[in-house]
Design a protein around this ligand. Structure first.
Ligand SMILES: [Ca+2]
Ligand SMILES: [Ca+2]
Ligand SMILES: [Ca+2]
Ligand SMILES: [Ca+2]
Length: 441
């Protein structure tokens, strides 16, 4: 009872943690960002990778570092200024490689995309760029990942690609077999996945599944293959399970345990031009092939500005992270063409969140993909927010807020230990009393 009162005190006094802006840096057309852990291997320092894109002209990919790990001193260096509409630049620490995926349909000269790998040395310098995909006319890439699909020890590439014209659209899931020496051979796995997917073990049976957020075919779907590894899979033995086809174009997804109950959920966004874009949580049933996924729409909807232009939509990505003192995860949502960044703060209960607007772009114009992570390794989560339309990138951190809450937690811990002490004293007292009474009887 006493412990319950103490726990309630803790829950009642934990305040929401809200990050603050630390610095900004001017970069034209910033789009997608990601944390590159130990990018500067020798110094064990992180970088943030950032891609830029425009409908015309060549695009760039930047590495952003922080002088003396001070977030108020960001330094951006473009390591590629001849990229074509890069939609992703992800760093794989284990291989010291960046995987870039690019191309997009609004400009026909950029519609045929490709996948490139960049080699990174121990000082965080790019030493080599290798194109690993073969062009397929009008197919572009939003997602490519390094994973050893045939178990030979060499990382292969698993990727989705899409084509979009006035008359049709389609998507393909492919893998590029690493033959050594950066030679890759393409294999088609199945049709369907077009823009974004994750490669995860949904049911903990030791086999990976592909879960795809399909933009053009408007489906959230799972692809299962029962072969011993995915290199043996093709359209004849890959099985598709539809989760949802009622929320329009899908954009992004993540598999994560949001409420800390030990079971993972899917955190999903769609991307809509008509104003019904939103964030969704799907609870995963015991058997994902026969059970029912329970859907929870979260927070407000998102409406893009200039909604009539091709490719416009909102929101963009939603991603989750843990903050000290909260068992449930926080969610950061990029509004994309709705020009807003919102933080969803867990409120306890069943997927219940308070929504806070962190920042808005001028005229609600485009904001790119927000990445999170402890960029400077000071123990506090940081954010990078690309203001695409304004040509600047902002760095935010939970440091200030979190210090306050850490202070609170320390207070709470002392309250808790005091109640623990009281509780054990009381139990001791009752035990003694029972002993005495028993002896008297
Ligand atoms: Ca391999
Ligand atoms: Ca599985
Ligand atoms: Ca959960
Ligand atoms: Ca930090």
């Amino acid at each position: 009872m006493i412990k319950l009162i103490a726990i309630c005190l803790v829950l009642c006094t934990v305040s929401a943690q809200i990050p603050t802006k630390v610095s900004e840096i001017n970069i034209k057309d910033p789009g997608f960002t990601s944390l590159a852990s130990n990018f500067y291997k020798n110094q064990k320092r992180n970088a943030v990778l950032l891609t830029t894109f425009g409908v015309t002209g060549l695009d760039s990919i930047y590495q952003i570092s922080f002088q003396n790990e001070d977030l108020s001193k960001p330094q951006a260096t473009a390591f590629d200024t001849k990229s074509i509409w890069p939609n992703q630049a992800d760093y794989y620490e284990q291989y010291q490689l960046i995987v870039e995926a690019g191309g997009f349909f609004p400009n026909p000269s950029k519609a045929t995309g490709d996948i490139n790998i960049y080699q990174v040395n121990d000082d965080g310098q790019i030493t080599n760029k290798i194109k690993v995909s073969k062009d397929k006319k009008n197919f572009f890439y939003h997602k490519a990942m390094l994973v050893d699909l045939n178990g030979d020890g060499l990382p292969d590439i698993l990727a989705a690609r899409a084509q979009k014209s006035v008359f049709s659209s389609s998507g393909e899931l492919i893998w590029l077999e690493n033959k050594g020496n950066f030679q890759f051979e393409e294999h088609l796995l199945t049709s369907g996945p077009d823009v974004f997917f994750i490669f995860v073990d949904l049911d903990n049976d030791g086999k990976q599944e592909v879960v795809a957020a399909q933009y053009f075919s408007k489906e959230l779907a799972i692809y299962t293959c029962q072969q011993s590894n995915w290199s043996l899979c093709n359209s004849s033995n890959i099985q598709k399970t539809l989760i949802d086809n009622t929320i329009g174009s899908l954009f992004n997804l993540e598999l994560t345990d949001l409420n800390g109950d030990g079971k993972k959920e899917l955190l999903v966004t769609n991307n809509s031009a008509s104003g019904n874009g939103q964030v969704f949580i799907y609870e995963i049933p015991e058997n994902y092939q026969t059970g029912k996924f329970i859907k929870h729409p979260l927070g407000s909807t998102y409406k893009p500005s200039l909604a009539l232009l091709p490719g416009r939509g909102a929101p963009g990505t939603a991603s989750s992270f843990t903050l000290e003192g909260s068992k449930q995860k926080y969610i950061i949502v990029s509004g994309d063409d709705a020009g807003v960044v919102r933080l969803l703060i867990p409120q306890g209960g069943s997927f219940n969140y308070k929504e806070v607007v962190l920042c808005e772009s001028k005229n609600n114009n485009t904001i790119g993909e927000v990445a999170h992570g402890d960029f400077n390794k000071d123990g506090f989560i940081d954010l990078v927010i690309p203001f695409y339309a304004e040509g600047k990138v902002e760095i935010w951190s939970f440091k200030n807020q979190q210090q306050e809450v850490t202070q609170q937690n320390q207070d709470q811990e002392s309250i808790l230990s005091y109640f623990d002490y009281l509780e054990s004293s009381l139990i001791r007292f009752i035990k003694e009393l029972i002993k005495k009474l028993t002896n008297q009887i």
